[in-house]
Design a binder for this molecule. Structure first.
Ligand code: SF4
Length: 455
């Protein structure tokens, strides 16, 4: 089993599956070749499937270079990235594992191959060669969404590198089991999530982790809202809008006049974070980078427009999100390349709806209904990013995902609401829908808006 906390990871934009995952895969390859590092004189990286088709726009190639320097997604800074790119593109070198400079010819050593590998749409292969061209190590990894990475063996055997081997008293693998635990122990979902994770890490660690995640989310929001960058990178000319929305709202706070003005605030919160992600800034997967604006936007809405959230409420909100996100990761997918945008923005909206419902005092059934409603109305959502970037439709989709999460929480909290679809049912439906989806609509940029809109 996994720690559910890993639904939230601090890393860099623009994509968890295409940026954070490949950094981690390259870090793992560094570990693998460490004993033979002295002999390695050449590294070849091959990006397959969606990592090839949208890898340039999602900076997958850059991510691999960062990871091969043994720099983690959490630790990378703009200066470190600039230095790595200078090494590669100006000096044609890479500081392999951060320990040894070898030649690196980007054109020959970074290969883009659209062929999908067997186990997942996001495959990548690292190969290490000696000076006489003999292969020393070769390993295939799959970036399975949300910054998670698995090797071929791990996928085949259903065992993952970050799995925890011990039996957990408060473990759950379905919403039904989660609800049963809540009932038996007279706890809410956040408390069960805390008890589960405390068995692994201890309670203090779990609480501190949540607060660290919250701090990183707010820092990301502040960076986005105060950014002086006018246009996002990538060449399709999308302007950063969050700073301008902030100025307008500060000059004319019209919440009292326009009953829907809160939508402007939601747009500001979600855009600020999604724009920061699109620009390659530091973000938190929630559950992915592409969808990173939804959960924090709903938290900011709750805190700034509904009621005060102290640290305890922040922890409850995030642990509820973790529990719901974990169900998607375990029983379906949080990868746009595997199941379309319903698996990213849909899952994020579902998590946020549950978090908001819980801190608003909902019953366990109402929290699960909020999560269900949010996903039900994202079913079928495709992933067709224009120019292979995480900008159109992604940035506005974060805004709409957040608004839908608030609506779902409110619908579920309505007295007399009777659920007819369970969260478990909608999660499986989402996954089956994703598996039936034409690959053109699963983060390949071969269909939909990506083909319609010229950039
Ligand atoms: S369309 Fe959705 S799933 Fe695809 S890259 Fe954008 S946010 Fe991610």
């Amino acid at each position: 089993m996994d720690s559910i906390l890993s639904i939230f990871k601090i890393g860099v934009g623009p994509s968890s599956s295409h940026t954070i995952g490949p950094i981690l895969a390259a870090n793992r390859f560094c570990e693998l070749i460490a004993p033979n590092l002295e002999q390695v004189e050449r590294i070849v990286v091959t990006l397959h499937g969606s990592l090839c088709l949208t890898g340039k726009g999602h900076l997958t190639d850059v991510a691999c270079l960062i990871g091969l320097n043994n720099v983690t997604a959490k630790d990378v800074t703009p200066n470190i990235k600039t230095k790595i790119l200078k090494d590669v593109f100006d000096d044609k070198k890479i500081n392999l594992c951060g320990k040894k400079f070898i030649n690196f010819n980007y054109k020959k050593d970074m290969i883009f191959n659209p062929k999908m590998l067997t186990f997942h749409e996001n495959g990548l292969i690292f190969e290490a060669f000696s000076s006489n061209g003999e292969i020393i190590n070769s390993h295939t990894y799959y970036s399975t969404g949300g910054g998670f990475v698995s090797s071929e063996d791990e996928i085949k055997n259903g065992k993952f590198s970050n799995q925890i081997e011990k039996e957990l008293q408060f473990d759950f693998d379905s919403a039904a089991r989660l609800a049963e635990l809540c009932k038996v122990h007279n706890k809410n979902i956040a408390q069960i999530a805390l008890m589960r994770e405390a068995e692994i890490h201890g309670e203090e660690y779990v609480k501190n982790y949540c607060l660290e995640i919250y701090k990183a989310m707010i820092e990301c929001y502040e960076n986005g809202i105060n950014s002086t960058e006018r246009t996002l990178p990538g060449g399709i000319g999308i302007n950063r809008l969050a700073p301008a929305i902030k100025k307008r709202l500060e000059a004319n706070p019209k919440e009292d006049l326009d009953p829907l003005a809160v939508i402007d605030y939601m747009a500001m919160y979600a855009r600020a974070i999604a724009e920061e992600n699109a620009s390659g800034g530091k973000v938190v997967t929630a559950p992915t980078n592409g969808a990173c604006g939804v959960v924090p936007a709903v938290m900011l809405y709750t805190k700034n427009h509904r009621f005060y959230m102290d640290d305890a409420k922040v922890i409850d909100f995030l642990l509820t999100c973790c529990a719901i996100g974990y169900l998607y990761k375990k029983n379906a997918s949080i990868s746009g390349a595997e199941a379309g945008c319903q698996a990213e923005i849909g899952a994020a909206s579902s998590m946020a709806a549950a978090g908001m419902a819980l801190v608003s005092g909902a019953t366990t059934q109402q929290v699960l209904s909020a999560a269900e409603i949010a996903m039900e109305h994202h079913l079928g959502l495709t992933c067709d990013p224009v120019g292979g970037l995480v900008q159109i439709p992604c940035i506005e989709r974060n805004v709409l995902g957040a608004i839908k999460a608030v609506s779902a929480a409110k619908l579920a909290l309505e007295g007399g609401y009777t659920p007819h679809v369970t969260l478990d049912e909608v999660i499986i439906t989402m996954y089956k829908t994703g598996k039936d989806m034409n690959p053109k609509y699963k983060e390949t940029s071969l269909g939909g808006l990506a083909q319609m809109v010229s950039c």
